[in-house]
Design a protein around this ligand. Structure first.
Ligand code: COA
Length: 257
């Protein structure tokens, strides 16, 4: 749960990519609990159905449609369908991402490209489509989920670090270009978040190291996103907020993958 008032997003509509599981699902639930109508998209229908059923049990209005964010036409269709269903789109959360730890020498050309395609180009596709179909006329908020790797070389994370750091840069460019239109664009970089697929994919050795570090919850990320899309953050744009309990500024705590 968050400490924010229940109705702060009343009447607004939020689209969350990768919203069927993990951090994306928690963001959807949290924005929904605070009054937003929720649209979620991901590649797997069964995950979307399960998430929608959970949301609806809590009284959150939910719309789900499959898409792969790498496919611009599919993304445009999701945004058109969301607009048809709810009549507006105020909030876009670019959360869909792919991740696997792999040293550069063990990654194929396509492995590296796949992560850039999903995390960076996929977020661009959704951002551009939402902007064109709705945000440029009405304003709104975009939050990109990044990773706290922008200043460090992180072993076995070259692909993710490159894609997510690119996404931070895209965040700033969109924020500057679209500030006059009332569109705020920020990003949130989660640290080690318990019970997520991303963290589960690290090796046992890295997981042991991580246990010694601070580990956050999905709710910690969702609450930060909630603040950023709320009117309390109305003058915040182009920022990346690292949500990691300070882990990444303590070099001794950083686990080796
Ligand atoms: N190590 C090295 N290479 C890997 C890999 C790993 N663990 N996992 C996938 N790859 C490579 C594949 O071999 C393939 O390259 P190739 O064509 O040269 O063989 C390339 O990456 C694409 O993999 P593929 O599984 O075909 O792509 P996909 O689009 O279906 O899925 C992911 C890619 C990353 C999304 C997939 O691994 C996945 O479903 N991950 C779960 C989502 C996730 O990670 N969530 C957490 C986000 S923080």
């Amino acid at each position: 749960m968050s400490d924010f008032k229940e109705d702060i997003l009343k009447g607004r509509v939020a689209l969350i990519t990768g919203g069927g599981t993990g951090i994306g699902k928690e963001i959807g639930r949290t924005l929904g609990r605070h009054g937003a109508k929720i649209a979620i998209t991901s590649r797997k229908q069964e995950n979307l159905d399960a998430a929608c059923a959970e949301f609806e049990k809590e009284g959150i209005e939910c719309f789900a449609m499959t898409s792969d964010v790498r496919d611009p036409e599919a993304v445009e269709q999701v945004i058109a369908a969301t607009l048809e269903k709810f009549g507006r789109l105020d909030i876009v959360i670019n959360n869909a991402a792919g991740m696997f730890p792999a040293p550069i020498e063990k990654m194929s050309y396509n492995a590296f490209k796949t992560i850039v395609d999903i995390d960076l180009l996929g977020s661009y596709n959704v951002t551009k489509a939402a902007y064109t179909a709705y945000l440029k006329e009405h304003g709104g908020c975009i939050v990109n989920i990044t990773a706290p790797f922008e200043h460090w070389g992180v072993s076995s994370m070259a692909h993710v670090a490159a894609a997510k750091t690119g996404l931070m840069s895209l965040t700033r460019s969109c924020a500057v270009e679209w500030a006059p239109l009332g569109i705020r664009v920020n990003s949130v970089a989660p640290g080690f978040i318990a019970e997520t697929e991303g963290v589960d994919r690290f090796s046992e050795k890295a997981a042991d190291e991580m246990d010694k570090a601070l580990k956050g919850s999905k709710q910690d990320i969702a609450n930060t996103v909630l603040f950023l899309v709320s009117d309390s953050a109305r003058f915040i744009s182009g920022m990346d907020i690292r949500v990691d309990g300070g882990a990444t500024i303590d070099l001794l705590r950083m686990p080796v993958v």
